[in-house]
Design a protein. Structure first.
Length: 124
């Protein structure tokens, strides 16, 4: 059985999804339906991008960790027009569950060809 479907698998998905959660549009409903099928729910309830006097909630963190207390907070660092979202999950042993995944991710990154990224950055 795939780990994703096990109820004991705890997931955290973060990113810029470019779907404004302040609007009740069909894209938001479709994303929520898809994520709900994996017991994931949105945790961010505040603006994550403020630009030209408009605010949107397009950066999000989805979790399926119902049995833990968590708190969400914005962190304005001034590096981007997107604010940082911080999540504090109480009583969650993140390291022991992800140590192996982080090692695998690091190994996979080492095989990537970064030449294009570095050349593109230099030409800007």
């Amino acid at each position: 059985m795939n780990k994703l479907y096990k109820t004991s698998t705890e997931l955290i998905i973060c990113g810029d999804f470019n779907i404004n959660y302040f609007n009740g549009n069909s894209r938001k409903l479709l994303l929520d339906s898809l994520l709900a099928s994996f017991n994931l729910f949105s945790t961010v309830k505040f603006p994550t991008r403020i630009f030209n006097n408009a605010c949107t909630l397009i950066d999000n963190i989805y979790i399926n960790i119902y049995r833990h207390d968590f708190s969400m907070n914005p962190l304005i660092n001034g590096l981007s027009d997107h604010d940082v979202q911080t999540i504090l999950i109480k009583y969650f042993n993140f390291y022991s569950q992800t140590c192996n995944s982080i090692s695998k991710f690091t190994i996979l990154l080492s095989f990537e060809n970064w030449e294009y990224v570095f050349l593109k950055k230099m030409s800007i």
